[in-house]
Design a protein around this ligand. Structure first.
Ligand SMILES: Nc1nc2c(c(=O)[nH]1)N[C@H]1C(S)=C(S)[C@@H](COP(=O)(O)O)O[C@H]1N2
Ligand SMILES: [Mo]
Length: 253
């Protein structure tokens, strides 16, 4: 009996080291099967290979001396929707991040609510699929903390991020993650870049950081987060604005 307890504790501590304990208990592992659904065979292969090598691997973290003098902005840099302009005009005081879909507790979080959660600061490299990189320091809350508050149901398999900016085709930017990246310790909802409030060009007031994947996964101008069991019925059905244009859903670096 004692031996079993000791082994359990060892397992728990080992999981804590890899960050997997952020799931909120080992039983969560079997609830989700720990395996995002595969969207197509090409993506599936590289995704499976990447995950087998690095499910819990950490993205490299850099030192302050490595921070790029300018953090280049890309894609939308100044959303024009009336809703966003109104929030920006008020210094984002009325901003609320909605969290819903397949969760036990829907949430509506102000920036103060988010700031009150334990936060994390990390200096990581951002790689855009276009072939440039910048290094920046990000502060935010681990997405896993917010998911622990919302408590995804057993059916939930993906986290979908909806944004305030409209794209050329009129649809809004969106993205999605499977649970391995959603609960990864370096996956943040970030409100600070290089020690200052996140500027509008880089996604104010709140954006996603997923340093193990390419830049297009890191949704800016977050409007709400939904837990879903399938991506098929959302927009083009491939899990993101760029994915719907043919980019890979799993954009591991
Ligand atoms: N909402 C939203 N998020 C977005 C984009 C966008 O156009 N809209 N562009 C993506 C791309 S392609 C990149 S490289 C990064 C750019 O982030 P940055 O502007 O802070 O460099 O944001 C990603 N997230
Ligand atoms: Mo990008």
């Amino acid at each position: 009996m004692k031996l079993i307890n000791r082994r359990r504790r060892f397992l728990r501590d080992a999981l804590a080291l890899t960050g997997a304990v952020a799931l909120g208990g080992c039983d969560k592992l079997s609830e989700t099967d720990w395996a995002p659904k595969i969207l197509d065979s090409a993506t599936g292969l590289s995704h499976a290979a990447h995950r087998a090598l690095s499910r819990d691997a950490m993205a490299r973290e850099y030192g302050e001396a490595d921070i790029s003098p300018v953090f280049r902005a890309n894609g939308s840099t100044d959303p024009q929707s009336a809703e966003y302009r109104g929030l920006a005009a008020g210094g984002f005081r009325d901003y609320r991040l909605g969290v819903g879909g397949q969760v036990a507790h829907s949430l509506s979080l102000s920036l103060d609510d988010l700031h009150a959660l334990p936060n994390r600061t990390q200096i990581t490299r951002h790689d855009c699929v276009e072939g440039w990189s910048v290094i920046g320091q990000w502060t935010g809350v681990q997405l896993s903390r917010v998911l622990q508050l919302a408590q995804p149901t057993r059916q939930a398999r993906y986290v979908v991020f909806r944004c305030y900016d409209a794209m050329d085709d009129g649809s809004e930017y969106y993205e999605s993650l499977g649970f391995d990246d959603a609960y990864h310790p370096q996956t943040l909802l970030a409100w600070e870049l290089n020690g200052k409030a996140l500027p509008i060009p880089n996604g104010a007031p709140l954006r996603l950081r997923v340093p193990r994947q390419l830049g297009y996964k890191m949704a800016k101008y977050l409007r709400r987060i939904d837990l879903v069991d399938s991506l098929k019925s959302i927009e083009g059905g491939r899990g993101g604005y760029w994915e719907d244009q043919g980019y890979q859903w799993y954009a591991g670096i």
